[in-house]
Design a protein around this ligand. Sequence first.
Ligand code: ADP
Ligand code: ADP
Length: 229
Amino acid sequence: MALRVDNLTKTYGDTTALSEVSFEVPDGKFAVVLGRSGAGKSTLLRILNGLTEPTSGSVYLDGEAVTNSRSDVGMVFQQHNLVEELSAYDNALTGTLNRTGFVRSLFNRQPVDDRELALEALDTVGLLDESGQKVSSMSGGQQQRVGIARALVQQPALLLADEPVASLDPSSAETVMEYLRETAETRNLTTLASLHQVNIAREYGEQFVGLKEGDVVFDGPREELTAAV
Ligand code: ADP
Ligand code: ADP
């Protein structure tokens, strides 16, 4: 789905985390929000995910206003937030809780297609053979790929990734970015990842939104991305 962010402002007391932020991401594109620590990236993603209320402004998905937390917005976290003692498969399956609501999932048996979705998502991130492995025994990069799989099980219309590679070594970071890009492409899934590393952003992003102290200082394709951000 096409994402439109319109004039978002968020203040925390005297701190302006976002100041009239506007940009659009076309359907199926892999966009990167680039900015240093404190630029407002997390605040933006949390608003897009409905976890934080904006002070003013609006978010639209395919022209429809997003007013609160939506089950079709998937999120990948920096610290992946997985259940370490469960397998990759069981963690992926928890993505269905976000989709169907916790209570419904508790009282309904898992339909077969949820299992298929979980295996398909693990396959997408190259972890089908490791699906039975405990997350605690996996590398940081593999854990983050399970985090992506869990978000995919939610069948999102928009995938958000908040600093998905910030705590990974360079090689694992590249693998995770590669899977994010590939997923956006093969599933035509609009994806917005926040990053602070310009080099990684440049390599994998298709569209860039540069944030600096809550202001959009850049909005354009790779060719126009300069060191200004
Ligand atoms: P609330 O006031 O809604 O209870 P919190 O103060 O608990 O919110 O913070 C919500 C989230 O924002 C937490 O994850 C917290 O770590 C983070 N947070 C709080 N203050 C700051 C800050 N100054 N800078 C960045 N993140 C913060
Ligand atoms: P980034 O993700 O780019 O590091 P953030 O969105 O976390 O940026 O923070 C943007 C600004 O808003 C910072 O000045 C931060 O301290 C402030 N901030 C973020 N969350 C909170 C919060 N819950 N309470 C107070 N200030 C916050």
